[in-house]
Design a protein around this ligand. Structure first.
Ligand SMILES: [Fe+2]
Length: 298
């Protein structure tokens, strides 16, 4: 009898934990971190709002509403590291979600889900077979419509290229790569940085934090690299650490702020966002709440 009641309690506890984990897909959190990275700390601080992996669908209401509430953070710069849309009909939803921030400078890079519709594959394969591989030669999503609309407001959408922005009256330079997860990254232009104003900060912006991209950005003196893609592991250990990263970034850097070290010993700060959404085929987050991050750069 005692065994049965213990078993029942265990099952109920497990079910409650699972339910809480599933609910966590809508339990949006704001993470805040400080990064000492400005080339001239006297001009800081700057507030960078990092959004990633929204995976928006036309029916999504709660996430755009939650994002509107972040406007009060008064960011100086917004960086969006890809997988903004998860459905070809989500361009309007994505524009609405970003609209509270379009009057401040912004930088966007694309992720594979912006380019191609989500496809079903067994999520267990992430655990057993390493990073997912997906076909990327089919019809593309209408991501160019979103790019054109945000660019009209002054946001930048670099594709394997440099951009320069004025942020709170200071020059910030960024190299934005295309998505390394589908082999669209090309860092050739990294060797040709703009020769304009002296920047107070040089960012690397990328979707999937593959080491070849992190190495190239770090070697080009991008002091702070922002990325997404990993979903922080999405299904994590109870302490929140990632089991898989769906790319070759070290697991301890699959979520949050850390230091990236190249094989030659060069360092950069790396912030990997756990993102705000999921693929419609894997709508579960376990010990890994969806998040946006406010980085205070000093
Ligand atoms: Fe994603």
């Amino acid at each position: 009898m005692r065994l049965r009641s213990g078993l029942t309690a265990g099952v109920l506890t497990g079910a409650a934990a699972t339910a809480m984990a599933v609910v966590a897909t809508r339990d949006f959190r704001l993470r805040q971190r400080t990064v000492p990275v400005l080339r001239d700390p006297a001009v800081g601080p700057l507030r960078i709002l990092h959004l990633s992996d929204l995976h928006l669908r036309p029916s999504h209401r709660r996430l755009p509403e939650w994002l509107r509430g972040l406007r009060g953070l008064q960011p100086n710069l917004v960086v969006v590291t890809g997988d903004i849309i998860g459905h070809p009909g989500a361009i309007d939803a994505a524009y609405r979600a970003l609209s509270p921030f379009l009057d401040v400078p912004g930088i966007v890079v694309g992720g594979s889900h912006d380019y191609f519709p989500p496809d079903w594959h067994n999520p267990v394969r992430y655990l057993t077979e390493g990073p997912s591989r997906r076909a990327h030669d089919g019809p593309e999503m209408p991501w160019r419509d979103l790019r054109d609309r945000v660019q009209e407001t002054g946001w930048a959408w670099p594709i394997n290229d440099w951009v320069e922005c004025e942020v709170a009256g200071h020059a910030v330079r960024a190299f934005g790569t295309d998505d390394a997860h589908i082999d669209r990254d090309d860092c050739t232009m990294l060797q040709q940085p703009p020769t304009g104003q002296l920047a107070i900060l040089q960012l690397g912006v990328t979707h999937a934090p593959y080491r070849r991209v992190l190495d190239a950005l770090t070697q080009a003196h991008c002091e702070l690299i922002l990325a997404g893609h990993t979903h922080g592991g999405q299904v994590c250990w109870p302490d929140g650490s990632a089991i898989v990263a769906n790319c070759d970034v070290p697991l301890n850097l699959a979520r949050g702020l850390g230091t990236y070290l190249t094989p030659e010993g060069q360092r950069s700060w790396l912030h990997v966002s756990a993102g705000l959404g999921t693929s419609p085929f894997t709508p579960v987050r376990v010990f890994c709440a969806p998040e946006a991050t406010l980085l205070t750069v000093i």
